[in-house]
Design a protein. Structure first.
Length: 192
């Protein structure tokens, strides 16, 4: 990683509000937000970066998705929440994304796919209309980032370790993977 950890926090803080906006905003249910943040914090407290400040937020988006920004901003969509049946499944998803943040996978993918200089210039730019446009464009790129298969496998295994350390049943990860595979099969059939 060419970026220091401090830049992760700056990037996450800069893009989190724009990402929330583009993904339909936060779900307007404070009890739900508190619950999701509470589950996420249980995971964060057993992570390798316990000293970091994590933020777990549910968004009003129709895609079945969860994703993370550098520095500890983790999001889960309404559509994903609609498919979750247990707290252990929620913990599995949040733990998976927490591993991406802790391993700095998101920072690495962003710097490779978007470019370090563009990210840093957008973080340090003033809030001009040009800066806001850049933030909106970069946020769209951030949403579309893809991790390597290796990063995903490590996030699954590390996420399971975090779940167990936080007191969750590891079968929540297995159930979540099965649920996501089932959704992929349905999506594939829809496009045939």
């Amino acid at each position: 990683m060419l970026l220091p950890e401090e830049e992760d926090f700056a990037i996450g803080s800069k893009y989190a509000p724009e990402l929330e906006k583009q993904m339909g905003g936060r779900i307007e249910d404070q009890n739900l937000q508190t619950y999701i943040n509470g589950v996420g914090e249980k995971i964060a407290r057993v992570s390798h970066k316990q000293q970091w400040e994590f933020h777990f937020t549910a968004l009003n988006d129709k895609s079945v998705n969860a994703f993370a920004l550098p520095g500890g901003h983790i999001f889960i969509t309404k559509a994903m929440l609609e498919h979750i049946q247990t707290e252990a499944q929620l913990a599995a998803i949040l733990a998976h994304e927490t591993v991406h943040v802790v391993a700095r996978d998101t920072s690495n993918v962003m710097s490779n796919e978007i470019g370090i200089s563009l990210l840093l210039s957008a973080v340090t730019s003033e809030e001009t209309s040009q800066g806001v446009m850049t933030a909106a464009n970069l946020t769209q790129k951030i949403i579309g980032l893809r991790y390597s298969r290796k990063d995903e496998q490590e996030a699954d295994l590390g996420g399971m370790s975090y779940m167990v350390a936080a007191g969750y049943n590891p079968y929540g990860m297995v159930d979540t993977m099965q649920m996501l595979q089932g959704l992929q099969k349905v999506k594939t059939i829809e496009f045939l």
